[in-house]
Ligand binder design. Structure first.
Ligand code: ADP
Length: 273
């Protein structure tokens, strides 16, 4: 694993049994500290800005980035830091909350499919259809027979999207229970962060082990060649950002995109005074 380039190091190979306990949330790979990672992250952020414009101009691909994490896991921070500077017109961020009555009246993928990015666009899912095999499973919001079928349904749904021009990247930002405690305490200690603190989050924290089991199953059952999971060590925010930016840049590079030529001959065009 240590020999893999950074963008592949946290990719979970589909078909191989994955155990969450083998991932150290405090791992920082070959990097010692934030300072040492700065140059790479800045280079990738600049490249991401360039590649997003190309993605938009070429108009052949859509990129869907799914972000899942426990509370305080860093979903918002990742979006803020990694996407900073990217043209907002080319990105759509969708956050999935407790479903509304209308959403609940539909199948669980209805609200998801509606906001899958079209070609040219980067779509970011802050939470996703995976909530329907995570919180829903942990809290028994539907019977086991119902959520159990969803893994395969999700695989088919994601396959359908992939075959129709959407590239899917799935990130599980993995923090330790201790790190979550530190982050929750920091929110409690800072009045400007109280709006982010919900006493309900503590109820979820109490079910940590059940969530970890549900995440492990999700990664094992929905890590596919067409929509792989990255389990990103996320106790160190800078490393989390570094890994995500690397993966995004390498994925966009793999599209081999070109600026489209003009449909007309522009060689003799003169702009009138
Ligand atoms: P976030 O924590 O993402 O910043 P919120 O504090 O508003 O945003 O939390 C959203 C909540 O919605 C989470 O507790 C999440 O588990 C819940 N949620 C999302 N999707 C579903 C779903 N399909 N069923 C039940 N709860 C869901």
């Amino acid at each position: 694993m240590g020999d893999l380039p950074l963008h592949e190091r946290h990719l979970i190979p589909p078909g191989k049994r994955f155990r969450l306990r083998d991932v150290d949330p405090a791992d920082t790979g070959d990097y010692k500290d934030k300072k040492g990672a700065k140059k790479q992250l800045e280079a990738d952020r600049a490249e991401l800005i360039r590649l997003q414009e190309l993605l938009y101009a070429e108009g052949k691909h859509a990129l869907l980035i799914v972000i899942q994490a426990m509370d305080t896991g860093g979903k918002d921070g990742l979006i803020r830091h990694v996407m900073r500077g990217v043209n907002p017109q080319g990105c759509i961020v969708s956050s999935f909350k407790v479903p509304t009555p209308e959403e609940l009246a539909h199948d669980y993928l209805w609200r998801i499919h509606k906001v899958v990015p079209p070609r040219r666009m980067i779509g970011i899912f802050n939470r996703s259809h995976y909530e329907d095999v995570l919180v829903v499973r942990v809290h028994n919001l539907v019977p086991k027979e119902v959520w159990q079928q969803r893994y395969e349904q999700i695989n088919q749904f994601e396959k359908h999207l992939t075959e129709n021009g959407v590239t899917i990247l799935k990130f599980f930002l993995h923090i330790s229970k201790e790190e979550q405690k530190r982050r929750l305490q920091a929110r409690l200690d800072d009045p400007t962060k109280h709006w982010k603190f919900s006493v309900g989050d503590l109820k979820e924290r109490a079910r940590w082990d059940e969530y970890m089991a549900a995440y492990e199953d999700a990664v094992n059952l929905t890590g596919t060649p067409w929509a792989p999971w990255y389990v990103v060590p996320a106790d160190h925010k800078w490393y989390r950002n570094l890994v995500a930016a690397r993966v995004l840049v390498e994925t966009l590079h793999s599209f081999n995109m070109q600026y489209p030529p003009s449909a007309e001959d522009l060689s003799k065009v003169v702009i009138p005074d």
